[in-house]
Every structure is written in C-alpha cells, then in structure tokens.
Ligand binder design. Structure first.
Ligand SMILES: NC(=O)c1ccc[n+]([C@@H]2O[C@H](COP(=O)([O-])OP(=O)(O)OC[C@H]3O[C@@H](n4cnc5c(N)ncnc54)[C@H](OP(=O)(O)O)[C@@H]3O)[C@@H](O)[C@H]2O)c1
Length: 243
C-alpha cells in the first residue's frame, strides 16, 4: 500500500510519470475541504476537487472517490437516498458533485458526512480543545446530519471495494443529530465541564450556505449498515484516550 500526500502529488496536475502497472485500487481522499473558502475561490476548489478526481480516475485503476452530503440542498425532511436529486447550495458542494461525474461510471463514489476521527481537523477534536479552554461554546442547533466515525466508514468502504461495487453509495452513521447535540455528547462522554449555547446558522453567519438537513441513508438492499454515531463517538474518544 502506498499513501501519497500533497507533497508527493498535487492532484491539480496529472501524476507524472503515471504508475505502471496501475495500482490494484485507488482511494482518492484528497480534496479542497474549506467549505467557506471555496465561495471566494471556486475555481481553485474545482481544480482540486474536479480536476483532482479526473486525474485520479486517469490512473486506470479501480477508483474509490469520497463525496459529501453537501451535494444536497437540505430541503427534504427525510433521509436522502442515492436517487434523490442533488442540488448543492455551496461552491464546495458543486465541485464535489462535478467530481462525482469526473470519477467516471466505473468508480465507487462514497457519499458520507460530518466525518470525525482521532487525527486531522474535525469537529470532535475541536470541541475537545475548546471545551478545555472555555466555559462556554456556541454551536448551531439547526443543521441535522449523521456524524460519522472514520473507522466505521473505512470498514464499510473496504467491504464495498472487496465486492467490486461501483456507482454512488451513501455510507453514514446510523442515527442523526445537530451540531449542538454532538458538542454536548462530546463533553458528556469526555467529562468536560463546558456549557453549550445553541445558536442558529443565521447567527453564526458563515459565508457558505449549508444544508439544514442532510441525513444520508442508502436505498440499496446490500448496503453496509454503519453503527450509530454515539458508538462512533465512543470509539473515537477511546482511541484518543479520552475515555
Ligand atoms: N470532513 C467531512 O466531514 C467530510 C464529509 C463528507 C465528505 N468528505 C470528503 O472526504 C474526503 C476527505 O475529507 P477530509 O475531511 O479528510 O479532508 P481534509 O482533512 O481537508 O484532507 C484533505 C486532504 O487533501 C489534501 N489536499 C488538498 N489539496 C490537495 C492537492 N491539490 N493535491 C493533493 N492533496 C491535496 C490535503 O493536504 P494538506 O493537508 O496539505 O492541505 C489533505 O491531506 C474529501 O473528499 C471530502 O470532500 C469529508
């Protein structure tokens, strides 16, 4: 297995020289993920997300491309399934939708949501840090989704890749909540004394619009079922030594 960083390959340009023979499988997770920043620089976000995915597809290997709940507008009030019409609200969401097309028909496109794990920048790790620095954090309570633990997502993706599946699949944790509830769950589980003040998306005033409701479920009969997000949270906190 070879893991490439941005220093090894800037995906906005084709990989040169291309690997020969092609790898058995490419897991393409590189992306412009600055949702607000993409509003100011949609072309560069597209160069990374759409161009990068096209270049990953050009490697000529079976491809897994990661996509997002932000391809939906959030106007539905029941879980989004694969056949629901995508209608992204943000520049980031649009680039990810175009990226799904750039991945090509033979790829496995995995739409997931609200990812967290023991490494990298994510909401759970940010709350653990802020909760120890502050007495109170303000968190939005009007966006609903499925916080998904990357360990559970990885296991499900492996299952689909081993079966040679193709097409768009929704893989997200069971259950749903809003960011306010997730922050409360983090503090409760980690024993952190910090108040969570609910605020609205409008009050927060971020540049990029987000879907108010983006719960993902699969309509496919043989879709992997991920554990509940609270189970994912416990697994992540245990990995971090927090519980
Ligand atoms: N996080 C979520 O909640 C979420 C939800 C749904 C779907 N997704 C999707 O899941 C995938 C992984 O997301 P993530 O949360 O792990 O994102 P992330 O933490 O922002 O990681 C993205 C990675 O892509 C790299 N990258 C950025 N531009 C690049 C370029 N031009 N060439 C090569 N590498 C580049 C970044 O490198 P640097 O570290 O050097 O910048 C970083 O290592 C993305 O496709 C994302 O759209 C994420």
């Amino acid at each position: 297995m070879t893991a490439l960083t941005r220093a090894d390959w800037d995906v906005t340009v084709p990989l040169a020289p291309p690997p020969a023979p092609p790898p058995d499988l490419v897991l393409h997770a590189a992306a412009w993920t600055d949702v607000d920043g993409a509003e100011d620089d949609p072309q560069e976000a597209a160069a990374v997300n759409v161009g990068g995915t096209r270049h990953a597809a050009e490697l000529g290997a079976p491809l897994v491309a990661f996509s997002t709940d932000y391809v939906f507008d959030g106007s539905k009030r029941a879980p989004y399934v694969e056949s629901d019409r995508a209608n992204p609200l943000s520049a980031y969401g649009r680039t990810k939708l175009y990226a799904e097309g750039a991945a090509g028909e033979n790829s496995l496109v995995v739409r997931s949501s609200w990812l967290f794990g023991p490494t990298g920048h994510n909401f759970v790790r940010t709350m653990l840090r802020l909760g120890r620095e502050r007495d109170e954090v303000a968190v939005v309570d009007d966006q609903f989704g499925c916080p998904t633990y990357v360990g559970h997502l990885a296991a499900a993706v492996r299952g689909l890749a081993d079966r040679g599946e193709r097409g768009v699949w929704h893989l997200a944790a069971a259950g749903e909540c809003n960011w306010f509830e997730l922050a409360q769950a983090v503090f409760e589980a980690a024993g952190i004394e910090c108040r969570v003040r609910p605020i609205s998306t409008a009050e927060l005033g971020r540049p990029a619009p987000r879907p108010a409701y983006s719960v993902l479920r699969s309509e496919r009969e043989n879709a992997p079922q991920l554990p509940h997000w609270r189970e994912g949270l416990r697994a992540c906190l245990a990995e971090l030594g927090e519980i």
